[in-house]
Design a protein around this ligand. Structure first.
Ligand code: GAP
Length: 492
């Protein structure tokens, strides 16, 4: 990360805490590594991001329905899905610092170093060698690369490494009051399995016809060894996943469809296109026959935000095998076409986005330290250019002064609008300071009540990004703001 980007990222983290977006978990006890809490504005922004996803996936698609499955599931599910045996990261310990690292992360950092030093060829060779080692699950090849490229521990500075070992990422706990007779259960590492095991429940009760999707938002847990980059890699995080069930043989056309659809969804928020890129997986997960990441350029570089995976019939077949229950779909349309395979296990295209990474992306993208200096004076503001539909507070009502009946008039306006929009009221400090406070939390509109308001029942609306003001009738406020913050502006 260059110094500027490093500083920018630190400022974003500081801003998130100062204004109540994100706090370190258990802060008064010195925090809990890789766990975070969302504050009063963070909870609003997060809810709005969920609503945007849910509306676009569930409400805008007649053939996608929602689900809210439990975090605890039968332990056999994780055996069937391959997570008990295969959901692991290659880890290496430094014997001097006693610190543990993901071997591929250490190598990635070295590749980034080579790139920053202009050693492009070296970076490419190392990248290819790492991809090959990961694809072959060759742990000793990873260790060799660390040695060959003289990668040192960032803490001790030494090359005194252990071998590379696999480390399972699932958290487990006991279900039942007593250890005796209780079962080990896992905190789900992905929400997807809750969808797979409910596939037939939803299909039958909803009379769904293939192709159709099931979407779910919920918490997932991974015992990440490396806590990195604020809320980018957490131990408790939220996923928004959708499994789209299709006829075998049609999966690649749906894979392409969802790849394009999901990128468009990202761009609608207002993020510049050049901040995104696709990254095709070289090493495919045990369940996939194609996979791509949508990566966003954070201040610390391009990183995965969302994955689109062609999961074949792996998960449903495994659940059929492990549960002994049929997971087949009867395709009446195929039967009528006279094709022989009316019954089949559907193939699945998955879209899986991390809500916390989306939150971070939104914050980084919206954050600006704007220089407003003119020839006459120095001035600046910190502003969050959030899309109005996503902004935590839609509008704030501000009486110009605390007297002459202006606060009462402002309160009346507030009381009318609060049923439709998340509003704030603020009468403390000068009007300029109050505008700056709202800019800093991304409020798109400030409604100012002045003396003229008492005479002709008008107010001014100040627009956050342009800082321009317009005078409007109080009775029109609900419609004007309603139009400006409408989900329609994001979804159509
Ligand atoms: N069901 C497929 C699946 O879970 P994944 O690529 O492991 O695939 C999907 O995760 C998304 O979940 C990622 O693109 C990322 O946005 C988010 N994610 C994964 N691990 C995370 C973590 N430790 N902290 C925050 N977000 C995470």
């Amino acid at each position: 990360m260059s110094k500027n980007n490093d500083e920018l990222f630190k400022n974003v983290i500081g801003h998130a805490k100062e204004y109540g977006f994100v706090f370190p978990s258990s802060e008064i006890y010195d925090g809990l590594s890789a766990v975070y809490d969302y504050g009063q504005l963070g909870a609003e922004l997060k809810n709005n991001l969920k609503t945007y996803w849910w509306k676009s996936m569930v409400q805008m698609n007649e053939n996608i329905v929602g689900l809210d499955s439990a975090i605890f599931m039968h332990p056999k599910i994780w055996k069937a899905s391959g997570h008990v045996d295969g959901f692991a990261d290659p880890m290496i310990d430094n014997k001097d610092s006693k610190k543990r690292y993901r071997a591929d992360n250490l190598i990635e950092d070295k590749i980034a170093k080579y790139e920053s030093e202009g050693k492009k060829e070296k970076a490419e060779i190392l990248q290819q060698a790492m991809d090959a080692a990961l694809t072959a699950d060759d742990l000793s090849a990873l260790k060799n690369l660390i040695e060959e490229h003289q990668i040192v521990c960032p803490v001790s500075g030494t090359r005194n490494w252990t071998d590379v070992r696999q480390f399972n990422l699932m958290f487990s706990t006991q279900m039942g009051a007593m250890a005796e007779g209780s079962d080990e259960v896992y905190l789900r590492p992905e929400t997807a399995q809750g969808i797979f095991v409910n596939f037939l429940n939803v299909q039958k009760s909803g009379r769904m016809k293939i192709p159709f999707g099931i979407a779910q938002i919920g918490k997932a847990f991974r015992n990440e060894v490396i806590a990195r980059q604020f809320i980018m890699r957490m131990r408790e995080f939220e996923q928004m996943e959708m499994q789209f069930f299709v006829r075998p043989g049609t999966e690649m056309e749906w894979y392409k469809h969802w790849k394009e659809t999901r990128l468009k969804w990202h761009l609608a928020i207002g993020t510049p296109e050049n901040k995104y890129r696709f990254h095709d997986h070289v090493k495919l997960a045990h369940y996939a026959n194609a996979a791509v990441d949508i990566e966003f350029e954070f201040p610390f570089g391009f990183k995965e935000v969302e994955g689109i995976h062609s999961r074949t019939d792996f998960d449903l077949s495994q659940h059929q095998k492990f549960s002994g229950k049929k997971m087949q779909y009867f395709d009446n349309d195929l039967n009528q076409e006279g094709k022989p395979y009316g019954n089949y296990i559907p193939y699945v295209i998955e879209t899986s986005i991390g809500l916390d990474r989306l939150f971070l992306l939104t914050l980084c993208n919206a954050y600006e330290e704007e220089d407003l200096s003119s020839d006459e004076r120095q001035d600046s503001r910190t502003v969050l250019h959030l899309h109005p539909a996503l902004a935590p507070v839609k509008a704030t009502v501000l009486p110009l002064t605390k007297k002459d009946g202006l606060p009462e008039k402002a309160r009346q306006i507030m009381d009318k609008l609060k049923y439709d929009f998340n509003m704030q009221y603020d009468e403390k400090d000068s009007i300029g300071k109050r505008y700056r406070r709202q800019d800093a939390i991304g409020t798109p509109f400030c409604i100012t009540v002045d003396h003229q308001s008492l005479e002709d029942d008008t107010v001014t609306i100040r627009h956050r990004d342009s800082m321009k003001q317009e005078r409007v009738l109080t009775k029109d406020l609900k419609n004007i703001i309603g139009e400006l913050v409408s989900w329609k502006n994001l979804l159509s």
